[in-house]
Write a protein that binds this ligand. Structure first.
Ligand SMILES: O=C(O)CCCC[C@@H]1SC[C@@H]2NC(=O)N[C@@H]21
Length: 184
């Protein structure tokens, strides 16, 4: 990896940690907490691209697994990663990778913002596809009921995705070294 790539990866691990400094919010009647760290996941994938984004997210998850309190509300450890919301968190690297894969191919200004949004949406869906069944299985709850209760969170994530898409799209248009995600 080039020095610039290492710097970018470190910077975005720091971005994830910064979002983690904010606590998770419990919304009444929704069993899964709201987290601002989802914005970090969206930004890592859409700005760093597939390869660097994946590396950044794996480093972040490794820190969390090692017990470093990088998860929302200063939490960390295998207990959280293998806990009820572990499915969502463990899906973050794959989601980041897929967001990056799609955004790496956006090389036109036409509909760019919309394309970024769709890429991030793909990542969000992956996170829910892993997180919802995991949460239901862990708590012995019906899958459909958990999926239904996640809908408000999904709507809020669609709003976060809008903000992340604007930031990523603008940054990539203004900073040429971010534009094309090289493999190193
Ligand atoms: O325990 C954690 O720190 C992570 C919780 C995971 C929350 C999921 S991620 C997707 C969805 N969007 C949110 O804001 N919360 C849930």
């Amino acid at each position: 990896m080039k020095t610039r790539s290492i710097t970018l990866v470190s910077l975005f691990v720091a971005v994830m940690i910064a979002f983690g400094a904010l606590p998770t919010l419990v919304i009444p009647f929704i069993p899964v907490p709201f987290t601002f760290q989802m914005i970090g996941v969206m930004l890592v994938g859409s700005i760093l691209g597939a390869r660097k984004g994946l590396v950044a997210m794996l480093v972040f998850i490794a820190l969390a697994a090692a017990g470093v309190p990088v998860l929302s509300g200063y939490r960390g450890g295998l207990g959280v990663l293998l806990g009820p919301t572990g499915g969502y968190i463990l899906a973050w690297p794959l989601a980041t990778f897929v967001i990056g894969l799609i955004t790496d191919y956006i090389n036109t200004k036409k509909w760019a913002l919309f394309r970024y949004y769709l890429a991030i949406l793909a990542g969000i869906l992956i996170i829910y596809f892993v997180g919802v069944p995991w949460f239901a299985f862990y708590n012995h709850l019906p899958l459909l009921g958990v999926a239904e209760s996640n809908l408000p969170l999904l709507l809020l994530d669609l709003v976060k995705a809008g903000a992340a898409a604007v930031v990523a799209c603008r940054l990539k248009q203004r900073l040429p070294f971010l534009k094309k995600s090289k493999l190193v």
